[in-house]
Design a protein around this ligand. Structure first.
Ligand SMILES: Cc1cc2nc3c(=O)[nH]c(=O)nc-3n(C[C@H](O)[C@H](O)[C@H](O)COP(=O)(O)OP(=O)(O)OC[C@H]3O[C@@H](n4cnc5c(N)ncnc54)[C@H](O)[C@@H]3O)c2cc1C
Length: 478
């Protein structure tokens, strides 16, 4: 059997958290090996954030072209997506970022061990490289294994060979009619993109609303937008059976008898950690009931000397959170005290209008027993939104009932992610909401809407805040 290679640090899985830690530590002079199955740069740049946003950009341009006349322009004919070219552009954006990562890996001095890895002894990972098996071990081992699209156990679904985001992002034919199973963030982004590229789209969602984690007013506004886009929605849909095959003809039958037929089927119904079949039990790494790695707030697993980061460690499923896991891991190596506790989790959903949130939603505030003052502002009231012709949506802020603290902010509107970052900076700096109410913000920007939004926050202790939590809950359900 080949010899075991010894390193200071072995990173198992080269996602955002893992690759950043590996490069950082290698550049700092440690001997680092990174085991990666084949995606140089991890999921984000190869099959997730970057290709989705590239595809969405093509879809946005189709939509902008459709609205040309509204903007006073002459339209020669309808803009039409040529899927082969859309896919080629997406692939080009990805390839460019892969190259940047490849160079950065080389420059850092890390040892990239390409191939599928699995523990064969408590601290030894065997990697099936093209040149044959290699066995690596490290003083410290960091797992960053990521997740893959889950295929729920619905009769006929797996046999229908549904697309996941991976295949959907490389399609060079436009689905004539796309059935999307799941109305979460990924389902929403891809549904709207394909609709705008020219597909008929049906979203089939088991919950009462799209975007299950968001307040009902946000979900209702997104659903209205989707209806306007011509996307069919089936909510509270219990799928009884799937038949046929994606790419030919596939049909979804619901328990209530409704049925939908499409040319393609897309599974966007949750994520599953990549923790099975790789000997984690040999290493003494405990998993929870759903297969995610159990870690403490410093990302230490149940096995001494093994840490886990990113989605497979149960961290919120965003690249910027995986990056923060890297910061926690790095702090641990340096003897620091950074943890994952109490961190802010901002996020953005790249539909149009864009959705972004930081801090608590109303539902979360109520659940946590936090009394709040609520202010909302329609995007139509923001001058910049009018000049852009992007007047749909609203901003929403929650301010503590008994003080000036900003508790949460959500926005459905143009450039929501950028505006959210302004509020997040205020929250990070511990600024009172009055700083955003009274600070001078440039005109006409979208962020200027924050002046107007926070001017609508009522006085502390106003009637809404004094009502018992149950009454507040009733009001917002009305
Ligand atoms: C369609 C889609 C769109 C998204 N859009 C956004 C977005 O806009 N913004 C955002 O913040 N987040 C987005 N996300 C989430 C984001 O992609 C992830 O949160 C992020 O990539 C997680 O990184 P990670 O560090 O957990 O690991 P990953 O990037 O998943 O990396 C894990 C790595 O481990 C490797 N690996 C796993 N098992 C083995 C093994 N046994 N041997 C060798 N290698 C192995 C894999 O090949 C992979 O490269 C999106 C996700 C999807 C699916």
């Amino acid at each position: 059997m080949n010899d075991i290679e010894h390193y200071d640090i072995v990173v198992f899985g080269g996602g955002k958290a893992g690759k950043t830690l590996a490069m950082d530590q290698a550049a700092a002079g440690k001997r680092v090996a990174m085991v990666e199955a084949g995606m140089i740069g991890g999921a984000c740049i190869n099959i997730a954030c970057i290709p989705t946003k590239a595809l969405i950009r093509s879809a946005q341009i189709v939509e902008t072209a459709r609205r040309a006349e509204e903007m006073g322009l002459v339209r020669a004919g309808p803009a039409k997506a040529v899927m082969g070219r859309v896919a080629a552009r997406t692939a080009e954006v990805v390839a460019g970022m892969v190259e940047i990562n490849r160079h950065a890996f080389e420059a850092s001095g890390l040892e990239l061990v390409l191939g599928w890895g699995r523990f064969t002894e408590p601290r030894v990972i065997e990697v099936a490289t093209e040149a044959g098996p290699r066995r690596v071990t490290g003083e410290r081992i960091y797992l960053d294994l990521g997740t893959r699209a889950a295929i729920p156990p619905i009769p006929g679904l797996r046999e229908a060979a549904p697309l996941t985001h991976v295949e959907a992002l490389t399609l060079d034919v436009l689905p004539a009619r796309l059935l999307v199973v799941g109305g979460g963030y990924i389902g929403m982004e891809l549904s709207q993109a394909f609709r705008r590229l020219g597909s008929e789209v049906v979203v089939i969602e088991g919950g009462r609303q799209l975007a299950a984690r968001e307040d009902a007013d946000v979900a209702a506004a997104i659903q209205d937008q989707f209806a306007e886009d011509g996307i069919e929605l089936a909510l509270e849909a219990r799928i009884a059976e799937v038949a046929g095959r994606s790419g030919e003809e596939a049909s979804v039958r619901l328990a209530d008898g409704q049925a939908f037929t499409g040319s393609h089927l897309l599974a966007a119904a949750g994520r599953q950690p990549m923790t099975g079949g790789i000997g984690l039990e040999l290493a003494g790494v405990e998993l929870d009931a759903r297969g995610f790695i159990r870690v403490d707030e410093r990302l230490q697993t149940s096995a001494l000397g093994i840490w886990a980061m990113g989605e497979a460690a149960g961290s919120p499923m965003f690249t910027h959170i995986a990056l923060d896991d890297y910061r926690v891991a790095k702090s641990g190596i340096a003897g620091g005290t950074r943890t994952t506790s109490g961190r802010m989790v901002p996020y953005c959903v790249f539909i149009e209008p864009e959705f972004a949130r930081v801090g608590l939603s109303e539902a979360e505030a109520r659940q946590a027993g936090i009394a709040y003052r609520l202010a909302t502002l329609p995007m139509d009231a923001v001058p910049r939104a009018r000049t852009l012709g992007e007047r749909t949506g609203f901003m929403k802020a929650l301010v503590a009932a008994d003080g000036d603290r900003i508790v949460g902010f959500a926005m459905l509107g143009a450039q929501a992610g950028e505006v959210m970052a302004v509020v997040q900076m205020a929250m990070l700096g511990g600024l009172p909401f009055t700083a955003l109410r009274d600070g001078i913000l440039a005109h006409p920007t979208l962020a200027e809407g924050l002046n107007m939004l926070f001017a609508k926050v009522g006085p502390a202790g106003e009637p809404l805040a004094r009502r018992p939590v149950s009454a507040v809950a009733r009001m917002s359900a009305e």
